[in-house]
Design a protein around this ligand. Structure first.
Ligand SMILES: *Cc1c(COP(=O)(O)O)cnc(C)c1O
Length: 479
């Protein structure tokens, strides 16, 4: 398997070459040259799931995309990552039935109680493995609006050869998220609270990554959702959800996905392209509805910092969706020149592009199964209340956005799986607002907010952040 760039760079790379990288050299995103087809093998994979479990299912799917790690090693890495000890249940992503044909798939029982652990735990082991094999070190620079950062830090803490520099928008994460991240005192973990919004953090990461000299000298890598390995890890739970919701491979299902950077639902798109019988991929946004606007109108219009709303589902507070280019590339029949012109010219010049008149736009729904919807603070509160009162289940704010939009897209005979992307304790203030009582705190998290913290507050200034990193990393001698 080789990987290409969505912007047409001629190089073809192998999995381990792109594992430790972010963007392709031309600013595009990596995608496999083709999607392995599993339609004929679904029964085998269902059997793997039923008899050998999640970790082995992950191995069977990952090995279709990874041919530069020996299979025995890859299997061991999957088995180290997806254990009941780390994820709380033998199923790893168990399905909970809400009503006939409506399910919640729990992706948030990992160490940081959000779905990003699903990818990040594997990534931690992959990074450590590959760095040791090369005899190298890596300094991860990341941007988080909350869940990515803590998931990355919990995955990388104590790992050999890895340091994490994680930027987050100061004061914008929930109290629980801040406590989770900032209470990590491990020497290889650096928290940087940036005076700005998430997109300022993301722009800093992009700017540093674009400085190829600095990037090489300080061995900068990334774990943002544009990382292909992360996306690939997420493909697995679509299969696990599908096998739990269905008895036979003739049955189709739909997924509703609380979306921000389009990483989670893009993994669903990959699963569907591989032949998993997914009818619809329902993109649920909050008030930051860049994606819903696109799927309704064909216009992709990124927002400025000032138009990016601070909402009660903050992990979806994005102004542009960093993984979206992958889907647009597929939607346009993999036309790299057009993808490049949209993402590097039109977006840079006018902050938007318009595919409404392009014949491909209609295919987003008809050929690729996409649908979308939007949820507001009031919708979120109402959904949390209703789910608690009628079904006795407390859901988090992001999951509530997913469930609200899922209900608008249900179809008879088509099971709908709502991806539960976080546990309610992470967003306790809104749960209390909705229910008049605090959410349950899972065992092991008592007193988290009172622990000592380690973080640095900094302005949204690329050079200051570079200097901070340079002061803490031994530079590599370059020719
Ligand atoms: C990151 C996150 C999302 C959004 O996922 P994307 O992959 O960015 O679309 C939704 N919900 C929660 C809880 C998250 O942490």
């Amino acid at each position: 398997m080789r990987y290409l760039s969505t912007r047409g760079h001629p190089d073809r790379r192998r999995f381990c070459e792109i594992l430790l990288e972010g963007l392709a050299p031309d600013g595009g995103l990596y995608l496999p040259e083709s999607y392995p087809q599993v339609g004929e093998r679904l029964a085998d994979l269902r059997q793997v799931w039923a008899t050998r479990g999640y970790a082995d299912l992950a191995f069977e799917i990952l090995k279709l995309y990874i041919d530069d790690i020996p299979e025995a090693d890859l299997l061991a890495l999957c088995r180290k990552s997806y254990t009941p000890e780390v994820f709380g249940t033998a199923e790893i992503t168990p399905l909970k039935k809400l009503e006939d044909g409506l399910y919640l798939q729990a992706l948030s029982n990992g160490p940081t109680l959000a779905f990003k652990d699903m990818a990040m735990q594997l990534l931690g082991h992959l990074f450590e493995y590959e760095l040791a094999r090369r005899g190298e070190e890596l300094n991860i620079l990341g941007a988080t609006s909350g869940d990515t950062g803590s998931a990355a830090e919990y995955a990388m803490r104590g790992k050999h050869g890895v340091r994490v520099f994680m930027t987050s928008p100061k004061g914008r994460m929930s109290a629980f998220q801040q406590a989770q991240m900032f209470s990590l005192l491990d020497e290889n973990i650096h928290n940087i609270a940036v005076e700005g919004v998430f997109d300022d953090c993301q722009d800093i990461v992009k700017a540093v990554s674009a400085d190829l000299h600095f990037k090489r000298k300080y061995r900068i890598g990334t774990v943002n959702s544009i990382n292909w390995a992360r996306l690939l890890a997420q493909v697995v739970y679509y299969f696990a959800g599908y096998f739990q919701a269905t008895a036979a491979d003739t049955q189709k299902v739909s997924f509703a996905v609380p979306s921000g950077n389009f990483g989670n639902v893009c993994a669903g798109h990959v699963a569907r392209m591989m032949g998993l019988p997914i009818a619809h991929l329902v993109v649920a946004t909050n008030e930051n509805d860049v994606l819903d606007e696109f799927f309704r109108t064909g216009i992709y219009r990124v927002r400025g910092s000032a138009d990016t709303h601070e909402t009660s589902s903050p992990s979806m507070d994005i102004s542009k969706a960093s993984n979206f280019e992958r889907f647009v590339f597929d939607l346009l029949g993999r036309d790299a020149a057009l993808t490049r012109s949209l993402f590097s010219d039109a977006l840079a010049r006018q902050g938007c592009f318009d595919l409404s008149a392009h014949p491909a736009f209609a295919q987003a729904a008809s050929t690729y199964g996409f649908a979308s919807g939007r949820s507001t603070h009031e919708n979120r509160l109402a959904t949390i209340r209703d789910t608690d009162a009628r079904l006795g289940v407390v859901i988090d704010t992001h999951t509530a956005d997913g469930l609200k939009v899922a209900r608008e897209h249900r179809q008879a005979g088509l099971p709908m799986l709502v991806l539960e992307t976080a546990l309610p304790i992470k967003f306790a203030a809104t749960i209390e607002e909705a229910l008049g009582r605090p959410p349950e705190r899972p065992s092991g998290f008592d007193g988290l907010e009172d622990k000592p913290r380690r973080l640095r507050v900094m302005p949204a200034d690329v050079n200051r952040i570079k200097a901070y990193i340079a002061a803490r990393v031994r530079p590599q001698l370059l020719p």
